[in-house]
Design a protein around this ligand. Structure first.
Ligand SMILES: Nc1ncnc2c1ncn2[C@@H]1O[C@H](COP(=O)(O)OP(=O)(O)OP(=O)(O)O)[C@@H](O)[C@H]1O
Ligand SMILES: [Mg+2]
Length: 307
């Protein structure tokens, strides 16, 4: 279990993490989302003692990382997959890590097989691709068979098969009762992987909820198809209702449920061909939640001259 209590981190005048508290549950994948610079990596680094909180604490199973006698058996982390010696082979890297914790040769072989590194593990790391490095990082994290896993953007650099593999691995680890904490920029990825989401914006928590709650809380939109768009629009226009004309026969309505739209259409004698509630996507929700919390906003369209 990972617990953060009033966790703060300042770098000079910059506040990277601004008083966050959360508790991650075992048996679940918790997704950690937030725009660039919102404090995800800083939080994860403090979790494994690579950075010191300015105030507050983050503990794993009730203890600070450094207080664990055999930390690799408690928590496995992939924070910077490139943090390896380029001149060593993948197997030598794993051997060194395993030796610090008395981890057996058979366990090393097992994680090599699990991460699909068999073909390259005898080669020097400097020749590894981004994806191979990522897999080696994951292999190292799994070495101690830890109950807590922290993955900072684990799918960075992986091909579609690799992305699917990480997703499956995270789910499998959680199903085995482990606490799995994964940060990602891919909202769609999170909707398929995470049970629970913590969303950060400028160092603060802006949502901490089961993923289905975030999806359900989205604004409901309804797609309506009719040949009498003008009459229908007229019949449903009222305060709080937004109507977008998608094409000559299609309206997208926000702020009114399908039942009410159907009733008003009947009253106005409008024939409706289709009435479909649209599910809000996690992406929509994420954009809405983080809209005011983005630090680095993209400029205009590429190629556009500045105004
Ligand atoms: N070592 C450091 N020294 C100074 N500032 C830092 C340091 N590490 C992080 N920061 C700042 O703290 C803020 C949070 O950074 P962090 O890397 O935690 O964000 P993040 O959410 O992981 O972003 P990304 O999505 O881009 O990985 C940023 O403004 C960053 O510039
Ligand atoms: Mg980061």
């Amino acid at each position: 279990m990972i617990t953060a209590e009033n966790l703060h981190k300042r770098y000079g005048s910059k506040t990277a993490v601004d008083g966050i508290s959360f508790q991650l549950q075992p048996g679940k994948v918790t997704g950690f989302l937030g725009p660039n610079g919102s404090g995800k990596s800083t939080t994860m680094r403090m979790g494994v003692g690579l950075d010191k909180p300015t105030a507050g604490s983050i503990t794993i199973d009730g203890k600070h990382f450094a207080q664990h006698k055999a930390p690799m058996r408690t928590v496995g982390a992939v924070l910077d997959a490139g943090a390896t010696h380029p001149g060593r082979t993948g197997r030598a890297h794993l051997n060194v890590l395993a030796a610090t914790h008395g981890i057996s040769r058979s366990r090393i072989d097992h994680v090599i097989e699990l991460t699909g590194l068999g073909g390259v593990v005898g080669k020097r790391i400097k020749g590894y691709s981004l994806g191979m490095n990522q897999r080696l990082g994951i292999a190292a994290a799994l070495l101690g068979d830890p109950a807590v896993l922290i993955f900072d953007e684990p799918v960075n650099g992986l091909d579609p098969e690799g992305v699917r593999w990480v997703r499956g691995l995270a789910r499998e680890m959680a199903a085995e009762g482990r606490t799995v904490f994964v940060s990602s920029h891919l909202m769609s990825e999170m909707s398929q992987t995470a049970d629970h989401l913590i969303v950060l914006g400028r160092g603060r928590i802006i949502a901490d909820a089961p993923i289905h709650e975030l999806l359900d809380s989205g604004e409901k939109r309804v797609l309506v198809r009719t040949e009498q768009v003008a009459e229908l629009a007229n019949a449903i226009t009222s305060r709080g209702v937004t109507i977008d004309h998608l094409d000559a026969e299609t309206l997208q309505v926000t702020g009114l449920d399908p039942r009410s739209i159907g009733r008003r259409a009947l009253e106005a004698q409008v024939i409706v061909h289709e009435l479909t509630p649209q599910l809000s996507t996690l992406e929509d929700q994420y954009m809405k939640l983080t809209g005011d919390h983005v630090e680095y906003r993209s400029g205009g369209t590429f190629g556009e001259a500045p105004q």
